[in-house]
Design a protein. Structure first.
Length: 132
């Protein structure tokens, strides 16, 4: 698969972008509430990288298309682990790149969500599963 992805935004998205320069917090809130909005703000094919071997740092990367995409709960994730407290950390890498890291305490679960700002709108660009 191609590592390149081009983004075409709809007329509606373009008008939204012109009207406002959305904050990351506003975007993330809407991204979690509305599945259709979430899916419209994912760059497909979405790159998903999973750590295979922690010692060698070997990982496996797949690219999924829109039809294979499933909703992600990022703001208030529900953990199936009884004692696992879910921690979220947001990092600003640059003005147009944000990283949201989800950790489940004492389990080794770690997911990284990479978001890029394109034409004043935020998009999910990659998911990295670096759980050990």
């Amino acid at each position: 698969p191609s590592t390149h992805s081009s983004t075409t935004i709809s007329v509606e998205q373009a008008h939204t972008a012109i009207d406002s320069n959305e904050t990351f917090e506003e975007f993330l809130n809407q991204f979690n509430k509305d599945y259709n909005f979430q899916k419209s703000r994912v760059l497909f094919p979405l790159r998903i990288t999973t750590l295979i071997d922690f010692e060698t740092n070997k990982s496996d990367t797949i690219y999924i298309q829109s039809a294979e995409y499933q909703k992600h709960e990022i703001t208030y994730p529900k953990s199936n682990i009884v004692d696992g407290k879910v921690l979220l950390r947001s990092e600003t890498i640059s003005p147009n790149l944000r990283l949201v890291i989800m950790l489940v305490e004492d389990t080794g679960i770690r997911l990284e969500y990479h978001f890029n700002k394109i034409e004043k709108l935020w998009f999910l660009s990659e998911i990295k599963n670096t759980s050990t």
